[in-house]
Design a protein around this ligand. Structure first.
Ligand SMILES: Cc1cc2nc3c(=O)[nH]c(=O)nc-3n(C[C@H](O)[C@H](O)[C@H](O)COP(=O)(O)OP(=O)(O)OC[C@H]3O[C@@H](n4cnc5c(N)ncnc54)[C@H](O)[C@@H]3O)c2cc1C
Length: 543
């Protein structure tokens, strides 16, 4: 992946023409002014501190080729892929870069590396795909002799595929597309497709409790975990792959979501499913977000949800339609139809069904009946198929927005159905107030995308003209103020500080509100036992 953005060179997704007009008209940005990232040679990097015996010992464990401290590798491991990470990197600030990147080839090598690092007081940051958006992979090395990023990409095998039990044991560093490719050869799928799918790993998903776009049907990754192997400085913890057990508290729950602070997840056994023969995606419309939320609640509680269920609010719908606008006769007819049915200015829904033909058709009819009863209007397959085609495009567009001096960020939460309207209003209001008060009125959009019987997640996207004319300091201050305002609103409105992005560094200030003081003590006690020297991903998850 590019060190300053998303994807690889040569794979640009240009902003459509209507988007450029919107940036100018609605945000006051100048879409013609492009600000390229600095050249790699200009990036400021601290001198590497890993030399002498610790370096030689690590090289002795993994081989000299797998201990790297060249400029590009260090910069590529300095930060994740959140907005603030990219602002800093693009401006040439890689002051957080690890002293070296070490690439182990086996769990035994991970074990030996952790022992060497504990002895030499070297901080260790487990690194999967590096797509964290909450500061999870950025080294925090205060008080340590050095920091290494433990890049797990060489742990890239499917160790075992059990067709009878429908489970697969993955090494942690296997990337999403390769995992699905190998499963497809056996007619299977994991069904876990986060928007970062192309560049994230199985171990990263498990370590962050990731939720894929089809989590309503396939389940979040934490619901798929059957077994785990954690290699910690104090030893290995193994949760055997079993369908169920009454043997006390479930150790899997301690390891899933541990974000590298307890040890390295080297293997995970996850439930897989037969690969769907049919994928059917379609669009619906509701007159308002409130009406759509209520219909989703009733549908979910009736057990009639599709695999993908997304409801955009009015603002997200307006922007999506404007960006997709072609001005064609078909589109004009579509708009006239919405107007006639009282759905102009309403909210777009995408539903997706995967499985065999008969099952998909049966579920589709059931879901359709629920949506219609809740006030929904069916729009046919086009919007659904367009969404499916563009499901990974968003992060590429973000690079284009940053190029044009636009703040483009996302954040997420979840709450109960009863509390969802207040949570939605509070977070959207906090983002608008924070950015408007600084003179940069934003566009704030939201969608519901992961449904549960008792509630749902809310995913916010916000855009504003970036402060500071290319200077990272004011741009980061603008972002921090908006993020803090939204996080406070989440906590005071009863939401969780994160539904799937994890805690990392950015959400640490709200962990006390999330789990309470004794809860924090419990996690700290587990860390002290598993990682007595405190070398594992310091500064993350725990205040
Ligand atoms: C554009 C974009 C879209 C995204 N969309 C989604 C989405 O749809 N759903 C979602 O859930 N998330 C999403 N994310 C967030 C991110 O992709 C997820 O958190 C993902 O699970 C991280 O996987 P990774 O392999 O990149 O992990 P990394 O970013 O490398 O690591 C994440 C954290 O886990 C730790 N870690 C990684 N591997 C291990 C391991 N084997 N053992 C122990 N600790 C480990 C790291 O130290 C770090 O704290 C998105 C991010 C971006 C940039």
């Amino acid at each position: 992946m590019r060190w300053w953005g998303w994807g690889e060179d040569g794979h640009e997704v240009p902003l459509p023409e209507p988007a450029l007009g919107m940036l100018r008209d609605e945000l006051g940005a100048d879409p013609g002014a492009r600000r390229a990232p600095v050249a790699l040679e200009e990036v400021r990097l601290p001198s590497p501190r890993l030399a002498g015996s610790p370096h030689d010992r690590m090289a002795g464990i993994v081989g000299a080729d797998w201990v790297r401290d060249d400029r590009e590798t260090r910069v590529g491991h300095a930060a994740g892929r959140g907005y603030a990470d990219l602002v800093r990197l693009r401006s040439g600030d890689a002051s957080s870069a690890p002293d070296a990147v070490v690439l182990p080839g086996s769990a035994a090598e991970v074990r030996a590396l952790l022992a060497a690092c504990a002895e030499a007081r070297i901080a260790v940051v487990p690194f999967g795909g590096g797509t964290s958006v909450v500061g999870g992979v950025e080294p925090v090395a205060d008080g340590f002799a050095a920091a290494v990023s433990l890049d797990l990409r060489r742990l890239d095998r499917i160790v075992e595929l059990d067709d009878a039990s429908l489970t697969a044991t993955f090494e942690a560093g296997l990337f999403g597309p390769e995992a699905e490719r190998q499963l497809a050869e056996r007619g299977l799928t994991l069904g876990h497709f986060p928007q970062s799918f192309e560049y994230s790993t199985v171990g990263g998903w498990v370590a962050t409790r990731s939720a894929g776009q089809a989590s309503t049907g396939y389940g979040r990754v934490d619901e798929l975990v059957e077994g785990l192997r954690l290699v910690a400085p104090a030893g290995d913890v193994t949760a055997r792959p079993l369908p169920a057990s009454a043997a006390g508290p479930d150790l899997r729950e301690l390891i899933v979501g541990s974000e590298g602070v307890l040890g390295v997840i080297c293997e995970a056994t996850l439930r897989v499913r037969p690969r769907p023969r049919v994928r059917r995606y379609e669009g619906w419309s509701f007159r308002s977000f409130a009406e759509g939320c209520e219909a989703f609640r009733v549908m979910e509680q009736a057990g009639a949800s599709p695999d993908v269920a997304r409801l955009s609010d009015e603002e997200e719908t307006r922007l999506s339609l404007a960006l997709a606008s072609s001005g064609s006769a078909l589109e004009r007819a579509g708009r006239a139809y919405l107007r006639m049915r009282g759905h102009e200015g309403g909210c777009l829904v995408i539903v997706g069904f995967e499985g065999d033909e008969e099952e998909v058709e049966r579920r589709r009819l059931r879901t359709g009946a629920q949506l219609r009863a809740g006030g929904g209007l069916r729009l046919g397959r086009r919007p659904g198929e367009a969404w499916l085609r563009a499901r990974y495009a968003g992060p590429y567009l973000r690079d284009e927005l940053l190029d044009r001096g636009v703040l483009a960020e996302t954040l997420e939460t979840a709450g109960t159905w009863a509390g969802l309207p207040a949570l939605y209003g509070a977070v959207a209001g906090a983002l608008r107030d924070s950015l408007s008060s600084r003179g940069t009125p934003p566009l704030v959009m939201c969608h519901v995308s992961h449904l549960y019987p008792s509630g749902a997640s809310l995913y916010f996207t916000f855009l504003a003209r970036q402060e500071g004319d290319g200077e990272p300091g004011p741009a980061l201050e603008q972002w921090r103020a908006a993020k803090t305002a939204a996080s406070e609103a989440i906590v005071t409105s009863g939401g969780t500080i994160t539904h799937h992005h994890a805690v990392g560094r950015d959400h640490v200030p709200w962990m006390r509100a999330e789990v309470g003081e004794l809860g924090l003590e419990l996690i700290r006690a587990a860390k002290a036992r598993l990682d007595p020297a405190g070398i594992m991903n310091p500064g993350k998850l725990l205040p």
